[in-house]
Write a protein that binds this ligand. Structure first.
Ligand code: PLP
Length: 392
């Protein structure tokens, strides 16, 4: 019972996930007994250093990397900023052109905009109506000044999974490093940096059962990258600042659990996703699925209802105990239509009526039943109130 409501259903796991109890348990001693600064020279500090090393081992095992290739950061935003700005700074003499996609998270798009102001040029590749980048478009966009290609594995709003292997192949044919934002993909789909041809990869702990404010950037050995943070010599001189030991330990535990459980939990979650999508499309007219029908994150449902406002849907669902989103959490405060849905060619009136439900391992079939039982009435009520709706 939450706030007197009959039910509380959290379906916004793309925004953040609850920190798992096993993760909290692993983190707690780092605040109290094992609180040393890993850079200090006594036993307490060595314990903290060891804990960071163990966590690094867990991250490398999860993505098929080597320990010296993983640097801890403050999260997905820092990792994306570092990858883009760091590669740009280190390769400025070789070129000033970056290729990315129009549907990246703002943590990639905004650093690109910053670099444009500093004299770089950026190609924002279009996507098809299902949100996919065409590797052929990547090939065509390459110039002899291109120094980085950055395309996310899976989109945070519509869940579309990109053909990253093919894109990485194009990049490598031209000797260009390939960065990918894997923030939504870790723990949802298998990732191996060698097999997928990834040179830089961003991840964030709070998206897979870890704490907020902890992330990592994978940088393949030999890739030239400048520092984002200058200061002490932490992370082999690549990322200054006393390590967030509890956060790093939590990240390590969370990624280990998420990746080990992914094959089973993804199948269960995908079945709930499919039941939600089918149930919504069957019950509510003038509704469409956003994103790819099959090349899609197992936990992502994104639908557009004509004649309604996403914000109104969220308010009514919130009153019914359901937490959802109408775009990415970072942009939901603005009234601009989502740049992702717009890039997929959705007219603004559709994009405004979009609803994102993202499932997690704590969700149950009863949660799905509950959403399917209340959502058609919510949309019907809103359409009756809408001045533009013929359904009145
Ligand atoms: N990239 C993607 C695809 C995301 O979904 C997010 C968070 O929503 C980020 C980057 C930013 O990650 P963080 O919240 O750890 O800064």
């Amino acid at each position: 019972m939450a706030n007197g409501r009959s039910r509380s259903v959290y379906m916004d796991h793309a925004a953040t996930t609850p920190t798992r109890p096993e993760v909290v348990e692993a983190m707690l001693p780092c605040f109290t007994e094992r609180f040393g600064n890993p850079s200090s020279l006594y036993a307490l500090a060595r314990e903290a250093k060891e804990a960071v090393g163990e966590a690094r081992g867990r991250v490398t095992a999860a993505i098929g990397a080597r320990p010296e290739e993983v640097c801890f950061t403050s999260g997905g935003t820092e990792s994306d900023n570092w990858a883009i700005k760091g590669v740009a700074a280190a390769n400025r003499k070789r070129g000033n052109h970056i290729i990315t996609s129009a549907i990246e998270h703002h943590a990639v798009l905004h650093p690109c905009r910053t670099l444009e102001k500093q004299g770089f040029s950026v190609t924002y590749l279009p996507v098809d109506e299902l949100g996919r980048v065409d590797p052929g478009d990547v090939e065509e966009a390459i110039t002899d000044r291109t120094i980085l290609i950055s395309v996310m594995i899976a989109n945070n709003e519509i869940g579309t999974i990109q053909p990253v292997r093919a894109i990485a192949e194009v990049a490598h044919d031209h000797g260009i490093p390939f960065h990918t934002d894997a923030v939504q993909a870790i723990g949802a789909i298998p990732i191996d940096v060698d097999e997928m041809g990834i040179d830089l990869l961003s991840l964030s702990a709070h998206k897979f059962g870890g704490p907020k404010g902890a992330g990592a950037l994978y940088v393949r050995r030999g890739i030239r990258i400048g520092a984002l943070m200058d200061g002490g010599g932490q992370e082999r001189g690549r990322r200054a600042g006393t390590e967030n030991v509890p956060g790093i330990v939590g990240l390590g535990k969370a990624i280990e659990l998420a990746v080990a459980e992914a094959p089973r939990s993804s199948t269960r979650i995908a079945a709930m996703r499919d039941r939600l999508i089918r149930g919504i499309l069957d019950a509510i007219p003038e509704t469409r699925l956003n994103g790819h029908p099959t090349e899609r994150l197992p936990n992502n449902v994104n639908v557009a209802f004509r004649y309604v406002e996403g914000e109104s849907i969220l308010l009514m669902l919130d009153a019914l105990g359901i937490s959802a989103s109408t775009g990415s959490a970072c942009t939901s405060a603005s009234l601009e239509p989502s740049h992702v849905l717009t890039a997929c060619g959705l007219p603004p009136e559709h994009a405004h009526g979009s609803l994102r439900l993202t499932l997690g391992s704590r969700n149950t079939e009863e949660d799905v039943d509950y959403v399917l039982s209340v959502l058609p009435r919510v949309i019907e009520r809103l359409r009756k109130m809408s001045p533009i709706s013929p359904v009145r």
